[in-house]
Design a protein around this ligand. Sequence first.
Ligand SMILES: NC(=O)c1ccc[n+]([C@@H]2O[C@H](COP(=O)([O-])OP(=O)(O)OC[C@H]3O[C@@H](n4cnc5c(N)ncnc54)[C@H](O)[C@@H]3O)[C@@H](O)[C@H]2O)c1
Length: 274
Amino acid sequence: MQELRGKTAVVTGGGSGIGRGMAVAFAEAGMRVAVADVDADAAGAVAEELRARGVEAGSFGTDVMQRESVAALADAVYERFGGVQLLCNNAGVSTFGPAVQATDADWDWVLGVNLHGVIHGLQAFLPRMQGQEGEKHVVNTASIAGMQGLPILGPYVASKFAVVGLTETLRLEGSSWGLSASVLCPGNVQTGIANSRRNRPQGLGEEAVHPGIEKRVHSGISAGIDPEAVGRMVRDAVLRDDLYVFTHAEHRAELKERFDRILSAFDVLDEGSS
Ligand SMILES: NC(=O)c1ccc[n+]([C@@H]2O[C@H](COP(=O)([O-])OP(=O)(O)OC[C@H]3O[C@@H](n4cnc5c(N)ncnc54)[C@H](O)[C@@H]3O)[C@@H](O)[C@H]2O)c1
């Protein structure tokens, strides 16, 4: 997008962390912001903070796992703001532990929020965005864990790889009707993600506790970068129309190693043909 001022952004998971960081960065650019979160109070507090900065903002209690809840969000946002130019499917959660020990409930929850949450956002908003004149952009929040397998994050990695692939597809398909797309792939950011279980639906039962693993996750996240800086990176990436949004230079080397390994797996075909 070349101009953000006066346009409307929707941010799911906007009540905390990276979602709040994006909401603040968009407000600084003069956008109107719809802050959606399953924690309606947190969304309300962020919207209040944005209004105090002099921009129009609304808060919406939305559970992205539920298709009807996201459809109701789209209805409410279109009614209030009349259009949406920037959709950020950002809400996300994680469990922490060996994939082999993840329960059905763990898989359902992590894929339900991180992948189906994105799908529900696309289903609810894109048909209406398609009918709008002018520039349109979707930002889906994946992770550096959407680019490489990582231990103790099995369901999370699976969900984030899917979000990367879906965003690449969306960008290809959207180009014919004025929609672009970016995928945010952060490393550690100082947010509430290590306490994701605060949002785990009660019906899914308790999550297994792995104290050693969780201590490591907490210390990694608390050493992470500032979520407001990530919000500004996303805003700048939307203005530049970047597909991939990375936040940590130090991940370049490990991704290069992975991509080199993938490409070298083709060598066996060259050998076979000689
Ligand atoms: N923090 C990191 O290090 C990091 C790294 C890579 C990717 N991410 C991704 O960033 C995104 C934002 O997470 P964060 O780190 O800011 O964590 P966070 O816990 O601070 O924020 C997540 C927000 O999502 C909301 N949420 C949870 N379940 C929801 C649901 N069902 N419906 C609607 N909202 C829901 C929470 O209430 C919370 O406000 C996630 O997609 C996460 O996977 C985070």
